[in-house]
Design a protein around this ligand. Sequence first.
Ligand SMILES: [Zn+2]
Ligand SMILES: [Zn+2]
Length: 746
Amino acid sequence: MTTLKRVDVHVEGVVQGVGFRPFVHALARRLGLAGRVHNDVNGVHIEVEGALAGVEEFLTALERDAPALSEIERVTVVSARPTGHNGFTIAAGIPSGPLRPLVRADGATCDDCLRELADPADRRHGYPFINCANCGPRFTIVRGVPYDRPLTTMAGFGMCQACAAEYHDPGNRRHHAQPTCCPACGPRLRLRDARGTELCGDPIAGAVTLLRAGRVVAVKGLGGFHLAVPAADERAAALLRGRKHREEQPFAVMTADLAQARRLCEIDEHAAELLTGRARPIVLLPRLPGAPVAASVAPATRSLGLMLPYTALHHLLLAELAEPMVLTGGNVSGEPIAYEDDDALTRLSGIADAFLIHDRPIHVRADDSVVRPMAGEVTVLRRARGYAPEPLAMRWPAPRPVLACGAELKSTFCLAEGRRAFVSQHIGNLENHETLRSFVESIDHFCGLFGIRPQIVAHDLHPGYLSTRHAKEIHGVELLGVQHHHAHIASCLADNGDPGPVLGVALDGLGHGPDGTLWGGEFLRADLTSFERLGHLAQVPMPGGSAAVRQPWRMTAAYLGDDHAGLDVARRNPWADALRLAPGSPLTSSAARLFDAVAALLGVRDKITYAGQAVVELEQHADPAERGTYEAGITHGDLLVVEAADLVRAAAADLAAGTGTRAIAGRFHNGLADAVTRACDALRHTTGLTAVALSGGMFQNALLLEATVARLRAAGFRVLKHVRVPPGDGGVSLGQAAVAAARDRA
Ligand SMILES: [Zn+2]
Ligand SMILES: [Zn+2]
């Protein structure tokens, strides 16, 4: 007779609402083990007994084969006395405290569901809302906790007998899959014309007929509405661009599968993994020469944002269309994307010719996420659908719960409690009422979902940011102002689980400096609690203040001054006016304004239509193979100063000498990377610090990031860069939260 072994196992992490109990049940049965499994306050509790080898195999397989949507944080195993009972059961969870299962991000349709979708014999054949415990909508349909059907936007759909049987069967893939449904009981797809009248016939076939005719079709997705046109149709893409008032910002393209994607972009193994992963972000990739994509889809860029279908509706639509399709946010430029039916029908009525719509409400707006492979790794540039609201593990706990309100552009907020940081989905630029409302409502929603009541509220030092003003209106909490660039570097430290101190290089647009000037090209000594400014790019005036942000040529004037009035950029623009304004204008050390100056100098961009445009286009214009460089002087006073004007003057001299603008743009990138490296080297001598953290929106530029990382490493530095949160302002909230938590621990 074999000796019996019994263990009590506690599993913590994302293990509720993800098919974990059925998985445990099936595993125990397969190994001939007895016992039971149930949800409890903090995860899943298992009692299991049987032969020693079986129990050991059970413990190994528990982590190795866990369901796709689960994320195990900790497994605790305690030996117990065997009972000799037979059978394995799933017991009802009887929580003894507040139940806080983590709500997961929405996940792409899984392979099992895709097989059923394509199987004519399956009852969900061709059904656009097929999902299971391993895939489908989550965060975007959850109205509250506990995560259970009545508190999702599926509450209005009563399950049919067949669905209910699957839902209650512990051995079924749809056991406790809250959004499960079928054609008999679930949401229905409809096609409506621009006035909202339902069109008869098969909605997908109807939508495809319209797309082929060059019409714009609004498609209701997981986290909001998209606008679609065939990607190769120049007339349709230009029409969409005109109607959206989105003059130049690139559109994303969805392809049916990897094979179709490979006809558009260079896709290595790493990119393929990103494209086919559960989160299904937009992946920024190098576009192939001659790729069949209309010029208006992504003008002035060599790359293309690609994504693969993440709902059954997308799969069906692309299979029918049989060619790549532009899928861009359903909004007028500058507004948040529409996600409620009535709002979409109103706001998009002048843009879309038809609406492919359904009756499952979206509770939470979530844009598509954007990631970019850079410097051998991937960096998240926009963290939203597929990633939010999953917590980022923090290496050090927050003693008291923190709310960090973020910055203003590309805004996010962050709730931190214990070792978990919940960074919100990308909310957008907090400059209009609609976005601010979404920001405030999302904070309440997150606090409710995760049961967090903030006691500390962190915010930017800029008094005019709506996020700062919101923070100051919250009563009964401790307020903490965190300097913008300190937050950037702290965000990079938190992203890497590094306590610092490091040399922080923060290159971005504009941030409020404690000295009253606009910072944005900063060298800091920073850890999680404090920072000291060690150096910066030399300050220049921004002629006309914010007008200089919209008109990069003004920065060229500020950098080059009078004696360059013969340049093309000076002749194209009212150069003398800018020079006259310069003396009384605000001073800045911003790296973005430096890029602006060079972009306008080279004729790449005199005026912008979206934030960061000149920076993006200068990178895309540059020859990545260029090895030449420019040298910027470095002066040492109280602070180290990088004479960035040297780079602009060298570029102007090359231009006058007839050097090609692509080579000049490449040399400028290399020159800035050189200057950053030499500045860090000088600061290493004075501080003894040998690690550098790179943050700020300029490090979304792959050419600059890669050139800088390579030079710093060659100089013997350890380099920290962003991975899980954006280097740009979307990552600032995590940095603020990390600073607040660290000061609270101190
Ligand atoms: Zn599935
Ligand atoms: Zn059903």
